[in-house]
Design a protein around this ligand. Structure first.
Ligand SMILES: *[C@@H]1O[C@H](CO)[C@@H](O)[C@H](O)[C@H]1NC(C)=O
Ligand SMILES: *[C@@H]1O[C@H](CO)[C@@H](O)[C@H](O)[C@H]1NC(C)=O
Ligand SMILES: *[C@@H]1O[C@H](CO)[C@@H](O)[C@H](O)[C@H]1NC(C)=O
Ligand SMILES: *[C@@H]1O[C@H](CO)[C@@H](O)[C@H](O)[C@H]1NC(C)=O
Ligand SMILES: *[C@@H]1O[C@H](CO)[C@@H](O)[C@H](O)[C@H]1NC(C)=O
Ligand SMILES: *[C@@H]1O[C@H](CO)[C@@H](O)[C@H](O)[C@H]1NC(C)=O
Length: 443
């Protein structure tokens, strides 16, 4: 899908004015020259360093969090998950210079672009709907973030100032519903320590280290992430860019913290602590990469070839939600080529407004199938976003229920009116998914 020339020019001129390096190629807001340069540097650091000791520690922590009876199937994907965790730690480190801030797309699967083989950098329940981008900031400095909203834009957007790139605790945030976008699609956000209550201003504090931007795409084929660029308006003279040695030290620190935050925390304390094949009741918090306006529910499944986990989700007041299945090490498997997640735009509803998903190895023929990609065990983090942050009435809250049945029993427990698909319809559903995912890299 190509944009008209006029809209493309609006997008491009809006960015050339800021800095040439943020100019996007063609009409892909992710394919920027800054992105290329940061990817290239992360790849170089990954190649030049082995992180042997930290990787071994990470592996041990993930194994302990899993519980020590680990199947060969689960073991077979652990090293790759630790490699992605390591690359994510480097990606977090290459864009930390508060005097030379860039916009960097992170927490994504492997890709080949700009002539670079970029390894996967997924960690801690990467959401395949979400384009995660980071900008380093300091509370003593002042920044302008310029955005451009394509039509249609993402289903859910948030700009969060976080205190730490690993624990990702939210300091403050600007939600998509509070963002003011001009009629031509552009918007300007200011970030500095002023307490001024003005449009699209985010007040930074001593704790704030990074702007973490989420663009959640509901319909992958039509919705586009925003174009985003950043400009430091404070004086950077006298500040040389941070050295590669500093970046390497930060990468090691990130990996060290990731072991605790995601191995002990997300996999252990949030996930495997729950009874198998159940999902915890949705809870709102601002820690471990979640938003105060987000509710999350964690769980892990264990299924035989002929079994299915049936989950029914109540959206509550969420403006966006997603039901993904991830591997035993809390990252997605081939999200572009397998239906491992479905969101509020992609799923078929029950007649009463709830949504029922069937998680299984084999295709049960229901529209809302969550494909485990052949895995008999894995993890799940369901999330609801755009929720009111003040405690809401409990009459219309996000909720989720689960039960395990055999595939033979499935038809007797699914509601009348459940949407089924023919093999041709399934192939078309998957083709649309693959097309939407591939668009993220096209330019
Ligand atoms: C607030 O930012 C200004 C620059 O805009 C800086 O001079 C001042 O030191 C900062 N104050 C605090 C408390 O960080
Ligand atoms: C800080 O942000 C406020 C609100 O947008 C703006 O009025 C002010 O000019 C900014 N301060 C600096 C030093 O850029
Ligand atoms: C900020 O301004 C908006 C619009 O003028 C107003 O609705 C809101 O209550 C103000 N917030 C604070 C904290 O003063
Ligand atoms: C950092 O490493 C990259 C990749 O090896 C290199 O291109 C760059 O010049 C180095 N930067 C500094 C400041 O040495
Ligand atoms: C399900 O996953 C398998 C294994 O990755 C893949 O071959 C198949 O195409 C997927 N089907 C769908 C509809 O996701
Ligand atoms: C809504 O429908 C689903 C599917 O039939 C059912 O499982 C669920 O209990 C219903 N929820 C309510 C609140 O009626």
């Amino acid at each position: 899908m190509r944009l008209s020339i006029s809209r493309l020019q609006v997008a491009v001129t809006a960015f050339i004015a800021i800095a040439s390096a943020t100019t996007e190629l063609e009409d892909n807001p992710l394919a920027t020259l800054d992105q290329r340069d940061l990817d290239a540097l992360a790849i170089q650091i990954n190649q030049d360093n082995s992180f042997v000791v930290l990787k071994a520690e990470a592996k041990a922590a993930y194994q302990t969090a899993h519980g020590l009876l680990i199947s060969d199937e689960a073991s077979s994907s652990l090293d790759a998950a630790i490699d992605e965790l390591t690359f994510s730690s480097i990606q977090k480190a290459v864009n930390t210079d508060v005097y030379y801030p860039k916009v960097y797309w992170v927490d994504a699967g492997p890709r080949t672009w700009f002539g670079l083989d970029v390894p996967g950098g997924r960690y801690s329940y990467d959401n395949p709907d979400c384009i995660y981008r980071t900008i380093p900031i300091d509370h003593r400095l002042s920044y302008i973030v310029k955005g451009y909203r394509y039509s249609p834009g993402p289903t859910d957007v948030t700009f969060s100032l976080i205190s730490d790139p690993n624990s990702q605790n939210t300091v403050t945030s600007l939600s998509g519903s509070n963002l003011v976008v001009d009629s031509d699609g552009s918007y300007t956000i200011t970030i500095n320590n002023s307490s001024e209550n003005s449009t699209n201003h985010i007040q930074s504090t001593l704790l704030a280290k990074q702007l973490f931007i989420r663009n959640n795409l509901g319909d992958w084929t039509t919705e586009k992430p925003d174009s985003i660029s950043v400009q430091l308006t404070s004086d950077a003279s006298g500040h040389t860019p941070i050295s590669n040695a500093t970046i390497l030290a930060a990468a090691k620190w990130n990996l060290q913290e990731s072991i605790i935050d995601y191995g002990v925390g997300a996999l252990g304390l949030k996930t495997t602590i729950n009874a198998v094949n159940t999902l915890s009741s949705p809870s709102q918090s601002s820690t471990l990469g979640t938003l105060t306006s987000q509710a999350s529910s964690f769980g892990h499944y264990k299924l035989d070839d002929d079994e299915a986990l049936v989950a029914t989700l109540t959206p509550g007041p969420a403006d966006y939600w997603v039901f993904p299945a991830t591997n035993p090490w809390i990252i997605t498997t081939n999200p572009g080529n397998s239906q491992v997640s479905l969101n509020s735009v992609q799923s078929a509803a029950n007649s009463n407004g709830t949504y029922t998903f069937v998680v299984s190895l084999q295709d049960p023929g229901v529209y809302n199938w969550i494909n485990t990609t052949g895995l008999h065990e894995g993890t799940m983090m369901v999330r609801w976003q755009g929720l009111p942050t003040s405690s809401s009435s409990s009459t219309d809250s996000p909720a989720i229920t689960t039960q395990v049945v055999t595939l033979a029993e499935l038809s007797s427990i699914l509601a009348d009116g459940t949407r089924f698909v023919t093999p041709q319809e399934r192939a078309e559903q998957l083709a649309q998914r693959a097309k939407g995912y591939a668009q993220r890299l096209e330019f």
